[in-house]
Each structure stands twice: as structure tokens, then as C-alpha cells.
Design a binder for this molecule. Structure first.
Ligand code: NAD
Ligand code: DAU
Length: 348
């Protein structure tokens, strides 16, 4: 079936991988990438697909009601994959209102517009909302987040994502808007903006700068290769059940300090430095305010119902990621010039 799909936030980290997968795997679909090109959006992430005939880029803001209405009128979408968001927890601590605006209001504008255009016929329509495991709050030493775990967001970022999830389900229940949500753990891979732990550490190690580890480095995250997240989104978009939530994760928990030690060993090997050189850059800094201790996702439902599983072991994925950053120096230079320096000074 020919489909017309709106992907929001397609110039960002995960969005660019989702766009790349969809335009290459589904030549019959028309893929419209809507992105405001904030500091995190970068069309250089999509140079390899930008000229494909089934791909269109539209610059615009998801909070702009008139623009979103006009876009739905122009393309008559039958599917939305919504990734556009403010995504960095530390920035949400600095400026919570920007997160409320984009993540809550922006999602509501998209839902409302889809409702308007789909109200007479919801057949084969789908609003797919991409969300995070952070909505579930923080775990102790044991246990997992399940789809039934009560929401307990604790940062402005996770509160804004939790709110957007609630609006998606409210539109499903109240207006029968066909919707699905997925909640994923920490992604890593190529094109990741170097404000997040892994790309920031790679960038700093390469440049012999301190690698900041918050608190004692004891917080735990579950890491998933970004291409595996994109594959999961593809699976859920095509096979998921309307009205359901699916958790996505790597069954791959790491304490931050252990992850950084592993990354340092990989960087020593790749840069031809004596073992132990990069680890000397590790610097413990002030902890993140309200820092969630541990996230761990149970992705059994997605595996059992839809057959998805991660394709890569963590060390292999991390090596591929390091290789990408080391051979894409120009990309890193572009994204770390200008406003990045100002952010870095304020944050560290
Ligand atoms: P990102 O910050 O790399 O990209 C976000 C994209 O959204 C950027 O291209 C940006 O320009 C665009 N954008 C921001 N505000 C916009 C607006 N008002 N209108 C239109 N476009 C706008 O984020 P990411 O890490 O790729 O995350 C994508 C989505 O996945 C987010 O919804 C995030 O909550 C979710 N998620 C991320 C992770 C992760 O580990 N990165 C894990 C689970 C879920
Ligand atoms: O769990 C999914 C979430 O993962 C996504 O929803 C978010 O969009 C994404 O940014 C990510 O959030 P985290 O806060 O977990 O990712 P971040 O890379 O910022 O931090 C990972 C861990 O490393 C966290 O415990 C904080 C710590 N950290 C982070 C930075 C940037 C450091 O110790 N030092 C740092 O400099």
C-alpha cells in the first residue's frame, strides 16, 4: 500500500535513522520529514537520502497550529511518527518551559490536527508517538519497567514526555484517534549530539579534555543501538496493536562509570594510545539535580508479540559508534561550533 507518512524530528539523532530506514525500505511510501532545525536538528544527518524521490523535507515548528494544519492539508497523511522533542535532561533543568512548549503543546497540536483530518475515516491511519522510559521514574537496585508500571516522572524533560503520552492516550480514548506509544531506553550510535554522555565522552577523549561523570558514576542506564530502535519503530508502526504501549530496550544495563571505562579502553585502542591513557581524563563532577538512579526496561512484550530483538552486542555497537565519530570529524566540528560552546561553559 502506498502511504504518506509524516515523521517529525527527522533531522535529529533517532529521527534521522528512522527517516533513512523508511525511505530506503519503503520506496512506495512518501516520507515527509518535518523539523524546526533547532540546535539538535541537522540536515547533514541525511545527506545520503536527501535526493531520493520518496523523501521531502519541510522546515517548521510543531507548535505552529496554522502551519501544521496546512501541512496535513497539503500531504493528506495517513501516518504520523512523532519524534520531534526537546530531548536533553540537563537542558530541561536549565529551561523547563521550552520542554513544556515543544513536548506537550507541540504533541497536542499534532494530535488535534490529525483528529481534524482523520475524523471521518480512521481506517489505516496511525499516530505513533515515540517516547521514553524516563516517564516511569527511577528504579532501585532490582526490577524492571513494564508497560503497566505507573508513571512517575521526576525531571522537567520526563514530566513533559509523560504529559505528551497522556495526551496521546486521551485522544485515543476520547476521540478514537488510532494511536500507539513506545517507550524506549537510552540510545547510542552515529549522529548523536555531543551533549549526551557517549558522544560527549568520545569528543572529549579525542581532544584530551576531561570526561565529566556526574556524582560517583553509579547511575545505571539500559543502552540500545539506535538502528535497533529504528527497527523497533518500523515493526511497531506496521504490526503494533492500536491503543497499546510497547517498551523497547536492550537488556543491556551499565553503570555510567563502567561504561566510560569501557569506552576509554576502546578509544585507547582506536587512537593507538597506551592502555589507561584515556581513563586518566575521567573527572567526577557535581551530580545532576534529581538524577534518576536506574532505568531498566522489560521489552518482553515487543519480543513475544511482534518478534523484535536487538541485533547488536554492546561492545560491537560501541566500537562502530567510535569508528563513526573518528571518521566524521567535519560533522563533529560543525555541531560543536557556535552555541555549543556557550552551553558547555554553562553546564560544566
Ligand atoms: P534530538 O534532540 O536529537 O532530536 C530532536 C529533533 O526534534 C531535532 O531535529 C529538532 O530540530 C527537532 N525539534 C525540536 N523541537 C521542535 C519543534 N518545536 N518543532 C519541530 N521540530 C523540533 O532527539 P532524539 O534523541 O533523536 O530523540 C527523538 C525522540 O525520541 C524524542 O521524542 C525523545 O524523547 C525520544 N527518545 C529519545 C531517546 C534517546 O536516548 N535519545 C530514548 C527514548 C526516546
Ligand atoms: O532513557 C531514555 C533517555 O535517555 C531519553 O529519553 C533522553 O532523551 C536521552 O537524553 C537519555 O537521557 P539520559 O539523561 O539518561 O542521557 P544522558 O546521555 O544525558 O546521560 C546518561 C547518563 O550519564 C545519566 O545518568 C547522566 C550521566 N551523565 C551525562 C552527561 C551528559 C554524566 O555522568 N556526565 C555527562 O556529562
Amino acid at each position: 500500500m502506498k502511504r504518506r507518512i509524516l515523521i517529525t524530528g527527522g533531522a535529529g539523532f533517532i529521527g534521522s535513522h528512522v527517516v533513512r530506514l523508511f525511505v530506503s525500505k519503503y520506496p512506495d511510501y512518501q516520507i515527509v520529514n518535518l523539523d524546526a532545525l533547532t540546535y539538535a536538528g541537522n540536515l547533514e544527518n541525511l545527506l545520503d537520502v536527501k535526493d531520493l524521490p520518496n523523501y521531502v523535507f519541510e522546515k517548521g515548528d510543531i507548535t505552529d497550529e496554522a502551519f501544521i494544519d496546512q501541512l496535513f492539508g497539503k500531504y493528506q497523511f495517513d501516518g504520523v511518527i512523532h519524534l520531534a522533542a526537546e530531548s536533553h535532561v540537563d537542558r530541561s533543568i536549565m529551561d523547563p518551559l521550552a520542554f513544556i512548549k515543544t513536548n506537550v503543546l507541540g504533541t497536542a497540536v499534532l494530535l488535534n490536527t490529525a483528529r481534524k483530518y482523520w475524523k471521518d475515516n480512521v481506517e489505516n491511519k496511525l499516530f505513533y508517538h515515540v517516547s521514553t522510559d524516563e516517564v516511569y521514574g527511577s528504579l532501585g537496585e532490582e526490577g524492571f519497567f513494564h508497560e503497566t508500571t505507573a508513571y512517575d516522572p521526576r525531571s522537567p524533560y520526563s514530566a513533559s514526555k509523560a504529559s505528551s503520552d497522556h495526551f496521546v492516550m486521551a485522544y485515543y480514548h476520547t476521540y478514537h484517534l488510532p494511536a500507539i506509544i513506545s517507550n524506549c531506553s537510552n540510545n547510542y550510535g552515529s549522529h548523536h549530539f555531543p551533549e549526551k554522555l557517549i558522544p560527549l565522552a568520545i569528543h572529549n577523549i579525542k581532544n584530551n579534555k576531561p570526561v565529566p561523570v556526574y556524582g560517583k558514576g553509579e547511575n545505571v542506564r539500559d543502552w540500545l543501538y539506535v538502528n535497533d530502535h529504528a527497527r523497533a519503530i518500523d515493526t511497531i508502526f506496521h504490526k503494533g496493536r492500536i491503543g497499546e504501549t510497547y517498551n523497547i530496550g536492550g537488556f543491556n544495563e551499565w553503570k555510567n562509570i563502567d561504561l566510560i571505562q569501557l569506552l576509554c579502553r576502546i578509544m585507547d585502542k582506536k587512537l593507538g594510545r597506551p592502555e589507561g591513557t584515556s581513563a586518566q581524563l575521567i573527572t567526577f563532577v557535581k551530580d545532576r539535580a534529581g538524577h534518576d538512579l536506574r532505568y531498566a526496561i522489560d521489552a518482553t512484550k515487543l519480543n513475544k508479540e511482534l518478534g523484535w530483538e536487538p541485533s547488536l552486542q554492546f561492545e560491537e555497537g560501541l566500537e562502530k559508534t567510535v569508528d563513526w565519530y573518528l571518521s566524521n570529524e567535519e560533522w563533529l566540528q560543525h555541531v560543536t561550533s557556535g552555541n555549543y560552546q556557550k552551553y558547555y561553559q554553562e553546564q560544566y
